[in-house]
Design a protein around this ligand. Sequence first.
Ligand SMILES: Cc1ncc(COP(=O)(O)O)c(C=O)c1O
Length: 414
Amino acid sequence: MTEEKNIALTLDRIRQLESDHVLQTYARFPVLMVRGNGNNLYDETGKSYLDFISGIGVNVLGHNHPLVRRILREQGDMIHISNLYYHPYQGELAERLTVASGMSRVFYANTGTESVEGALKLARAWQRRRGRDKKTEFVSLLNSFHGRTMGSLSVTAQTKYRQPFEPLIPGVRFIDPNQCEDDFAAARAAINENTAAVIIETIQGEGGVHPINDYFLNVVRQACDEVDALLILDEVQSGLGRTGKVFAFENTQVRPDVLCVAKPLGLGVPLGAFIVNERAADGLQPGDHGTTFGGGPLACRLSLALMELLLDQALMQRVAEVGTFFRKKLRRLQRSHPGIISDVRGLGLMVGAELSFPGRSVVTKMLERGFLLNCTHDTVLRFLPPYLIKKTEINTMLTHLEEVLVEEAAEQKS
Ligand SMILES: Cc1ncc(COP(=O)(O)O)c(C=O)c1O
């Protein structure tokens, strides 16, 4: 692909068409991206944008990666075949995912929300197979986000996502993952004889980049074991190398019964999966669950390439090390401008900086300067850069961010 890529329509025309014909569910920034290369996207004028969001955690190898280009070319003759037949890549990918996670079996979906949906269904069916018809409830965390379908939304705590669609699935309890004894007691009480499963993001993403405390996870694991409920970890955002480990739970002592992954799994082609351990593996029987697209040959082949890269210790060490560097730099910024950044959180290259004011206009100003970042939970700047982001690129971005934050803080005061 070259600079001369010909885009027939102007940004104004595209905006008009979308405004007339696309359901207006997104508040897009007024920028027209036409190509990508490495850690950069380019708009139709040729302006470059350094990518610190990776399509919300998807493009972990950046854009236009030679490996991805090669697979797209080679697999172009058989992109999809349905799940009626075998193709060469599903089984091998499942082997890699199960070996890497220490688990047993995989179901392929297409998105994060579908992987959560399937995991919830599996938990219900698993309990029912054991004659526990009343064990249908779910326990989730305050501040959680698990997706937009009815099931995944039902275990999503954030009101703004739920409210227009209520009533949702009944029997969902939300517990506070903070660290005081009261919270542990509440968790133990909420996880009871009616609980089918507990679902937790190992690191909460949309909720503002909050790693879940290891001790809390242990309490939940123990409570699940006591009442024979499944523990589902949702690593749609935090899994697959984002934290510097293949799976985020490897940073903790806890092991899930069901693990949800998606986002980078197909290296930009939609692919999600839930992975189950031996204990949960008989939850779904032939005909219980399915999908037309899930686990197609192109997506699985790309995913095999991803898994091979993630098993490379050097890449994972790099993610961990560059992530630590990034947070250290942000903390330095926090110290030199007290009152602007109130907290810096995250693990590996899943990084959050909590501001003391709303962050949307910071994101807009950074976009104007050629940097793509994202604000979640109103006040948290979220960074999910490609795993190949360079320290020099982080430094450049932070130099601009400092100027924008100082400017924005002054405007907030006036
Ligand atoms: C933790 C988590 N679970 C589920 C989802 C839903 O994934 P998708 O948007 O692919 O449906 C997301 C998306 O951001 C997520 O962060």
